[in-house]
Structures are given as structure tokens and as C-alpha cells.
Design a binder for this molecule. Structure first.
Ligand code: 3HC
Length: 686
């Protein structure tokens, strides 16, 4: 077994089995084969009294090897490896560090005992890949950790720390210091104990379970699980663990697993797992480019965006200098930040000390010159080119050499902003999404002259503040907002032609979006981008804005809102639409849901294809990351470009052609989309 990632070594009468399969000890074929061989070795050697299974490197097994999914299976498969371990006639101890995830936790549950270091984390994240733990995990986990916790873990995919795992019975002992030494000592302690404790044989935690547990769980999580197939399959598998003997439960688990594995949702979610990781890789930059050191961040503007942006850095332990023009605005901004932190603390997600530490690292000031010692300065004032240019010229005069100068603009030309400085190589766009302290997406806008190390710094910093960064080129609206535009334009035109805000929004929500275009407009503010001239009414949006129907904040927008912000269809909006249609001579007609999809979603795919062909996104999967993390595109559809592939690109082209006349000059085809459709190609292959 010279090339095997699994090696064995005897420590007196304990066989220590070590996996060395970087980066995360995924349970690929060679690892599975090696584990079975190691158990056979233990069985065949009378001098061996017990076995320890451990991993080299950063982590215990982090799961099945996802890159093997969809390929022809190589034996032995994981369920039988776990069974082989559990059926070993000698005690097997799992020695856990890092993250025991998915198949990794299933291996650990197949072991008779588990020891872990205090920093270890355990979880079954399969649901995030549209799957369920398919190596006996749905049957063993509730038997060890109990049904409520198992339900939470399999459907949520989160991790539990070593301490909680110990309390749950998932870990038998927490050990500090040398893990192998402790695991071997533990194995010595238990080597003679018989019968061996087997997770699959335990019944006490799956007996006498009131079936209402499942009904209640489904009800409580209905909103969260909406549209996803995997959570329900996971629940069904846990139900089987309760209702059936182990041997039958695992058959249910297998069937449910295969059902998910062959479905589109799981394919989309696996694709997205890799898409997210690919996004941080920047084309055309030397691998050894070193990031700049960021010790203090400056933020200009203490409004909603500036405050939210600052919180990201403060939460990551990076001090922030925040600058405003008036004391009142500064106080209001910092007050909101404190309130947000305190709300997080009230939910138990932060301690009081952490709130104070974060706020203590904030330096609010009216003195622009205080930004001089910042390594990164982010401008977050309102969207006006002249204002931004003025700020960057002032920054150029005071920022220290090598400081990165960033704009949070969501549309404007970074190159034009950079051109007012003598250091365009240090200028970059950092487009945060609102609420900036919560949304995971960060668009990193690469100007024509942005230096490679500035980009590398931005990508690395994004990780530090727990964001997923995507590189975008300079174009109006970058990736996300640029694709939003055709959707918004067509949605508004559809209103005139015959649909209602309710129909358009329903189609989007049924598709899996958190909200539709008009619900989003009401939330963001109908007055955003409005020219503020009530006499100039060019479209329905202008008409609403002119009447003060600015959205939720005015309890009136495309919908009427009650005191609790509950929307209802607005007769006044219908009047406005009818009036407007009459004035324009438009005869309103019945609009089908299909047309709404073609004109508001297919047009987005077309815009995405243009973004790709212009090189404004590095890869189709980056566009998908933007839409899943920035706008709540349902991850079970992979993102707009992956979804287009699953629809079939020719179908997209045909759908767009059928609407081309109605869309008029607002629409033009992407050549890339046409070419790919003609050759039977895909976006997600790239
Ligand atoms: N299979 C194959 N490759 C994997 C992998 C896996 N299970 N998990 C991670 N990788 C790869 C990543 O793609 C990445 O590759 P790259 O360097 O080429 O981009 C590399 O390992 C490092 O991963 P991260 O960048 O994510 O490293 P982090 O240190 O940030 O995170 C981690 C480590 C927490 C282990 C994270 O990678 C993770 O959550 N992995 C997925 C875990 C998972 O989903 N396990 C369940 C698999 S399904 C399963 O087990 C089915 C079974 O029930 C039958």
C-alpha cells in the first residue's frame, strides 16, 4: 500500500490508522480502500487489541469526495466502509480534530468511541449539497444524539462544537494536548470492554418518539425549506430511523439519497459549492502576488452602507476610522451600529464584551485627515460622480503611500474615479450589498489600472470578514445590478401591458426568489434613482414616486402596507396603471406566467451572457455566485447561468425570440448566448 493515503503503525497493542489525503481528507476511493484494509489488518493480527483512526493535516475526514459524485462508483462504497469499521471485533476509536463532516462524521459514528480536541467541530452538511448523509448517518446520528438534534443537524447542515458534541454523546471524551497519544491511551482503557458499543444498535433515543415532533419541525421550518427537496428527504430518513429497525432504515436512507443524487437540485448545489470556491481565484495574476497589510480601515460616510461596511471590519477585529461631515450624522450612524450589535447580542450571537470590543475599535470623527493612517479607505457616500471625484482627489492628497482607495459605488465608473488620483493602481471598487453587515456578497471591481496586489488584498480581506468576493469589470451596474436592469425594465413594461405587481412577484417567489421585483422596489424605495420632478412622468414608477408612493417606508408603493408592513394589492396602483396605459394607447391583455419568466428571467440570462462575452465576469459561475449571495437566487437552481443550462439554451433563445417584438429596442441578443445555443453548449462547463 505504498501509494495509499492510509498508513498504519502499531503503538504497542493499538493499531493507529492515519489518513493523509490533503487538503481535507475527503473520503475518496483510495482512502476507503485503505480504511477497509487497515481494519482487515487489525482483525488478522492477534497482537492488536484496538484501533485508532485519525487524520493528518488540517482536519479529520471532511466528507465524501465531492469530485467523485456523478462518476462511476468505485468500490468499496462508503456505507460498507462504515459498516466494516462498526463490525470490527476490536474497539475502534475515532480521534477527531478540525471538522468531522458528512461522511467523516459517519465514519466517526461507525467507530465504537470518539475522542476529540476542544476545537473540533462536527456536522452533516450534506443538505447544503442537496443531499442527505448517505452512509448510515441518518440512522446512526439520531440513535446517538437524539431525534431533535439530529433533525436540526441534518436539515440545517451546521456544525456543533466539541463541548456540545460531548454533551450530546457524539463525543465520548474531550482531550487536550497530543490527540494521538490521548486516543491511544483511551483505546488502552477500553480495549477489553465487550460488547462493543455500536451506534446502529442503540434504540433508547429513537424509541417512544411522538410523531408530532416531525410535524412540528416541518411546520416550524416551512419557510426556510421552501422550494428545497433535500430537507424533506432528510426528515423522512430520520422518521425511518424512528419507525423502522436499523436494517430497514438504511434502505430508506439509500433510496432517498439516490433520489436526491440523481435530481437537478443536488447537481445545482454541488456546482455551487465549487463555484463559490472558484470565485476567489483571479485570472491573469501571478500566483505569488502578496497581499498588502491591512491593519486599519477608513470608511467615509456613516449612513446605512458606511455603518454596515464598518461593522464587518470591527466584527473581524480590524479597527475602523469612520468619517462624516456633521456631528449629528456621525452620532446617528454610530448609534445605529451599536443598536445592531446589541440586537445581535440579544439573540445570543454576541456577548456584551464583544459588542464593547467592536464599538471600542471604532474611531468616529469629523476630521477627514484622520484617514491618513488607514491602509484601506472605503468611500460610501451617495451615488454622484462629482461628489466621489472630489472625495478621491482629497484622499489622494492625504492617504499614505500604498493605501488602497476603494469606492462602494454600485454603478459608477471606477476608472473615471481613479483618474482623479495620481495612484489609479491603488483604486478598486468594493461593492457591498445592503444590509452590508449581513449580505455575504462583495463585488470587487477591477479598474483598468488596479494593481494585482490590490485585488489579491481585496479577495483575502473578503475572507477575513466572511464575505464571498467576486471580481467584476468596469461596466454600468457591474454584474449584479447590471442584470437587474433588464428585469426591472421588462417587469415595469409588463404592468402596462396587462399584468399586476402581484402576478409578477408571485411568479418570482414561486420560482424561489425571496421576493419579486415590485416587492423589492417597495423595500428598497420606489424613489431610488427618481429624477425628483413630479411633473415629469415617463413610466409607472415615476407616477408612483410623484404621488409619494415610495414603498414600505411610506406604507404605500406598488402595494399598500398596514402598520405591520403586511402588503395588500393597491386599488390606487391599479388606477395609476390603467390611466397610464390609456394615455399611452396600450390595450391591456392577459399575460401568462411563462411570458413573465421569459421577459424578466430569460433577459437576465441574456445580460449575463453579454457580461461574459465582454469579459466583465471571469466565468459564468461567478455570475451565479453574485446572484445567489447578492439577490437570493435559489441555490437549488444554481444561479441564473446554471439554470439557463438546465432549461436548455435553445429554449431560452426561442423564448426571447418570441418576445423580441414586444421588448423592442430595450432588448438585443447576446452573440455568445446565440452561439452557445446553436452549438448545443453550456455556460456552466466553463
Ligand atoms: N470533497 C472534495 N473536495 C473538497 C471537499 C470534499 N468533501 N471539501 C473541500 N474540498 C476541497 C475544496 O474544493 C477546496 O479545493 P480548492 O483548494 O481546489 O479550491 C479545498 O478542498 C479546500 O476547501 P475550502 O477552501 O472549503 O477550505 P476551508 O478550510 O475553508 O474549509 C471545510 C474546509 C470546512 C472542510 C470545507 O471545505 C467544507 O465544508 N467542505 C465540504 C464538506 C462537506 O460538504 N462534506 C459532505 C460531503 S457529502 C458526503 O459526505 C456524502 C456522504 O454522506 C455519503
Amino acid at each position: 500500500m505504498t501509494d495509499s493515503p492510509i498508513s498504519t503503525a502499531k503503538h504497542h497493542d493499538i493499531l493507529v490508522v492515519t489518513s493523509n489525503n490533503p487538503p481535507v481528507n475527503a473520503l475518496g476511493a483510495a482512502v476507503r480502500q485503505g480504511l477497509v484494509a487497515a481494519i482487515e489488518q487489525a482483525e488478522g493480527d492477534d497482537s492488536i487489541k484496538a484501533v485508532v483512526i485519525r487524520c493528518e493535516g488540517q482536519t479529520f475526514f471532511a466528507g465524501a469526495d465531492i469530485t467523485e459524485f456523478g462518476k462511476p462508483p468505485v468500490m468499496p462504497w462508503l456505507p460498507s466502509v462504515v459498516d466494516t469499521i462498526e463490525n470490527c471485533s476490536k474497539p475502534v476509536v475515532a480521534a477527531i480534530h478540525g471538522t468531522a463532516l458528512g461522511g467523516g462524521l459517519e465514519v466517526a459514528l461507525g467507530c465504537h468511541y470518539r475522542v476529540a480536541v476542544p476545537s473540533a467541530k462536527l456536522g452533516v452538511p450534506e443538505v447544503k449539497l442537496g443531499l442527505l448523509p448517505g452512509a448510515g448517518g441518518t440512522q446512526r446520528l439520531p440513535r446517538v444524539a437524539g431525534v431533535p438534534k439530529a433533525l436540526e443537524m441534518v436539515t440545517g447542515g451546521g456544525m456543533v462544537g466539541a463541548k456540545e458534541a460531548h454533551d450530546l454523546g457524539l463525543v465520548d471524551r474531550i482531550v487536550e494536548g497530543d490527540l494521538v497519544q490521548h486516543a491511544v491511551a483511551y483505546a488502552e482503557e477500553v480495549k477489553d470492554i465487550r460488547p462493543l458499543p455500536k451506534s446502529s444498535e442503540r434504540q433508547e433515543k429513537v424509541s417512544n418518539i411522538d410523531p408530532s415532533v416531525f410535524a412540528d419541525f416541518r411546520k416550524a421550518n416551512a419557510r426556510k425549506f421552501r422550494g428545497f427537496e433535500a430537507p424533506e428527504a432528510n426528515i423522512k430518513a430520520i422518521e425511518a430511523a424512528v419507525a423502522k429497525p436499523y436494517a430497514e432504515g438504511v434502505i430508506d436512507e439509500r433510496n432517498l439519497f439516490m433520489g436526491l443524487m440523481t435530481g437537478v437540485q443536488s447537481r445545482a448545489q454541488q456546482y455551487f459549492f465549487f463555484a463559490e470556491r472558484k470565485a476567489s481565484k483571479i485570472d491573469g495574476i501571478p500566483e505569488d502576488t502578496r497581499p498588502r497589510d491591512i491593519r486599519r480601515v477608513g470608511v467615509i460616510g456613516a449612513g446605512t452602507m458606511g455603518g454596515g461596511i464598518s461593522m464587518n471590519f470591527l466584527s473581524a477585529g480590524i479597527p475602523v476610522t469612520i468619517v462624516e461631515m456633521a456631528q449629528e450624522a456621525l452620532d446617528r450612524g454610530t448609534g445605529i451600529m451599536r443598536k445592531n450589535y446589541e440586537a445581535t447580542a440579544a439573540k445570543g450571537r454576541m456577548t456584551g464584551e464583544q459588542v464593547e470590543a467592536a464599538m471600542g475599535a471604532l474611531n468616529p470623527t469629523l476630521d477627514f485627515n484622520a484617514l491618513a493612517d488607514c491602509d484601506l479607505i472605503i468611500e460610501a457616500v451617495f451615488e454622484q460622480m462629482e461628489v466621489k471625484k472630489d472625495i478621491f482627489a482629497r484622499l489622494d492628497a492625504i492617504a499614505k503611500p500604498g493605501a488602497i482607495l476603494a469606492s462602494n459605488t454600485s454603478y459608477l465608473n471606477i476608472d473615471e474615479i481613479a483618474a482623479v488620483t495620481k495612484r489609479p493602481q491603488d483604486v478598486v471598487g468594493l461593492h457591498f450589498f445592503s444590509p452590508a453587515n449581513i449580505m455575504k456578497l462583495l463585488e470587487v471591481v477591477r479598474g483598468a489600472k488596479t494593481a494585482p496586489d490590490v485585488l489579491v488584498t481585496a479577495m483575502q480581506l473578503a475572507k477575513r470578514i466572511k464575505k464571498v468576493a467576486v471580481v467584476a469589470g468596469v461596466c454600468h451596474g457591474f454584474i449584479g445590478n447590471r442584470m437587474l436592469m433588464p428585469r426591472q425594465v421588462e417587469a415595469t413594461k409588463l404592468l402596462l401591458e396587462g399584468t399586476t405587481p402581484e402576478q409578477v412577484d408571485r411568479v418570482h417567489v414561486e420560482f424561489g426568489m425571496p421576493m419579486g421585483p415590485f416587492q423589492m422596489a417597495d423595500l428598497a424605495g420606489v424613489d431610488i434613482g427618481w429624477h425628483r420632478d413630479p411633473t415629469r412622468i415617463e413610466n409607472i414608477r415615476d407616477a408612483l414616486a410623484a404621488e409619494g408612493r415610495w414603498g414600505q417606508k411610506k406604507q404605500a408603493g406598488f402595494y399598500d402596507y398596514d402598520d405591520k408592513r403586511k402588503p395588500s394589492p393597491s386599488p390606487r396602483v391599479q388606477e395609476i396603471i390603467d390611466d397610464f396605459a390609456a394615455k399611452q394607447g396600450v390595450t391591456r391583455r392577459e399575460i401568462s406566467d411563462e411570458e413573465i419568466i421569459q421577459r424578466t428571467l430569460y433577459t437576465m440570462v441574456n445580460e449575463g451572457a453579454k457580461i461574459l462575452e465582454e469579459g466583465m465576469a471571469q466565468r459564468a459561475s461567478d455570475i451565479d455566485v453574485v446572484w445567489v449571495y447578492g439577490y437570493g437566487w435559489p441555490v437549488y437552481r444554481g444561479g441564473p447561468m446554471f439554470w439557463a443550462d438546465t432549461e436548455g439554451l435553445q429554449k431560452i433563445v426561442d423564448g426571447l425570440k418570441s418576445q423580441e417584438a414586444r421588448m423592442g429596442e430595450d432588448f438585443s441578443f447576446s452573440q455568445l448566448l446565440l452561439d452557445k445555443a446553436a452549438e448545443g453548449g453550456k455556460f456552466s462547463g466553463k
